[in-house]
Design a protein around this ligand. Structure first.
Ligand SMILES: [Zn+2]
Ligand SMILES: [Zn+2]
Length: 432
């Protein structure tokens, strides 16, 4: 699930090499074995047998993968530890993966008989969040945390791979996509440019989901996650002494008017049966209590499902940003960027995923949750091939629930075997 904030991308860059990086994180410099051992030490035998016994897939193994990734998280396009772990674990299963789009990984599981190709995708990046949990496997990297659950996604896809390797596939190919940089840096675009969709007939993506209890799976038909737009506004007034406002043009007063006026777009310009969010999330102006600043800048996000609504909001924001400052003798400029498109689940793929979900968690635990105004760059794949994006319930039943991107985000690890089984079954059934 993409965060809407921070990265200062102006347009979607053309290749991963052009994409902006977060400032380098302070990393623990540890070899892979030491990182895995550190995670194993947190298990304390609480999940049964020690991980990696070479037999069937155990929950301990899934938990160990998840915690190794969780303890050493990396931001978008910096996932070198994570990539090393994925390549190494695939190799141990006899699967040769290759790096793609810098820090991503692609691998194919091929049956002897030719057939269709289904892509299974996990995102792998963390967020610039300082973790506030106090469990044993807390992030060892300051100000970097798997606060969205992509650590779970990696464990689930490695687990599904192990399940798929236990028995030969009937026909066709499973394309594994471990995608970097989902959180606002369009890793999906980078993987597409690098060729991940070549020969792919359909795709399944998933997110662990704190809005559903662990043990449930949610599948939405049609629009499931919103289009994500980002805007930046600059208001140029005239600075001056706070005690003599008539000699200045105060951009802070204009900003206040503009923020209020934006709320009239959803309440007064849109069809009430359509859905949208307009949020101003950052506001900067002034450095002193007694100085009217010359300039105010604002940033925020717009979320929509319908391109006509998206067009309407962009047009109305432009009119307000030009018109309101002008009426005060100031100028306003709007930079409006369309990031992810809306994520729309193919009806046939959604029905298929619902049926597989029922096999894994029972029909009564398959839910049809509300669409989310959050964004997700799996939408780029689903623009090009039919796909479904599934929500795997992960909310703990006995602990307080902290949602995605919270510094105390933590999910129920029981979702890991459910996710792995769902993805492996889906792949086997879809390829036939
Ligand atoms: Zn997220
Ligand atoms: Zn996410």
């Amino acid at each position: 699930m993409a965060s809407s904030a921070k990265p200062t991308i102006c347009e979607l860059p053309r290749s991963h090499a052009d994409r902006p990086r977060h400032p380098d994180q302070q990393r623990a410099k540890l070899p892979l074995k030491a990182r895995k051992d550190a995670a194993l030490a947190t298990l304390n035998g609480e999940h049964g047998a020690a991980a990696g016994n070479g037999q069937g897939l155990t929950k301990a193994e899934l938990v160990a993968w998840r915690r190794t990734v969780h303890m050493f998280p990396e931001l978008g396009y910096q996932e070198s530890y994570t990539q090393e772990l994925i390549l190494s674990e695939l190799k141990a299963m006899g699967v040769s993966g290759k790096p793609l789009a810098g820090t991503g990984v692609m691998a194919d599981l091929k049956a002897k008989a030719p057939g269709k190709t289904l892509m299974l995708r996990s995102d792998i990046d963390a967020l610039p969040v300082q973790e506030e949990n106090d469990h044993a496997f807390v992030s060892r990297h300051p100000k970097v945390m798997h606060a969205c659950g992509h650590d779970a996604h990696i464990a689930i896809l490695l687990g599904a791979t192990k399940l798929l390797r236990q028995q030969p596939l009937g026909q066709g190919t499973v394309r594994l996509n471990f995608q970097p940089a989902e959180e606002g840096l369009n890793g999906a675009g980078a993987m597409i440019e690098a060729g991940i969709l070549q020969g792919v007939d359909a795709t399944i993506g998933y997110h662990i989901w704190q809005h559903l209890p662990v043990g449930q799976i949610g599948v939405v038909t049609g629009p499931a996650m919103a289009a994500v737009d980002r805007f930046e506004i600059t208001l140029e007034g005239k600075g001056g002494h706070a005690a003599m406002p008539s000699k200045a043009i105060d951009p802070i007063v204009i900003a206040a008017q503009l923020i209020t006026a934006f709320q009239s777009i959803v309440s007064r310009n849109m069809n009430p049966f359509d859905t949208a969010v307009v949020s101003v999330c950052s506001l900067h102006g002034g450095d002193a209590f007694n100085v009217i600043p010359p300039r105010v800048t604002m940033e925020g996000t717009v979320r929509t499902f319908n391109p006509a609504v998206q067009d309407l909001i962009e047009r109305r924001m432009g009119e307000l940003v030009r018109g309101i400052p002008k009426s005060y003798g100031a100028t306003g400029t709007l930079a409006y960027h369309r990031e992810n498109p809306a994520l729309v689940n193919d009806a046939t793929m959604a029905d298929f995923c619902r049926q597989i979900a029922a096999e894994v968690v029972g029909k009564k635990n398959v839910k049809n949750p509300e669409p989310s105004m959050g964004g997700e760059d799996h939408a780029f794949y689903q623009e090009l091939v039919p796909g479904c994006y599934v929500f795997l319930g992960s909310a703990p039943k006995k602990r307080e629930i902290f949602f995605h991107h919270h510094p105390r985000f933590d999910f129920d690890e029981d979702v890991l075997p459910i996710g792995a089984e769902f993805m492996a079954r889906a792949a086997r059934a879809w390829l036939g």
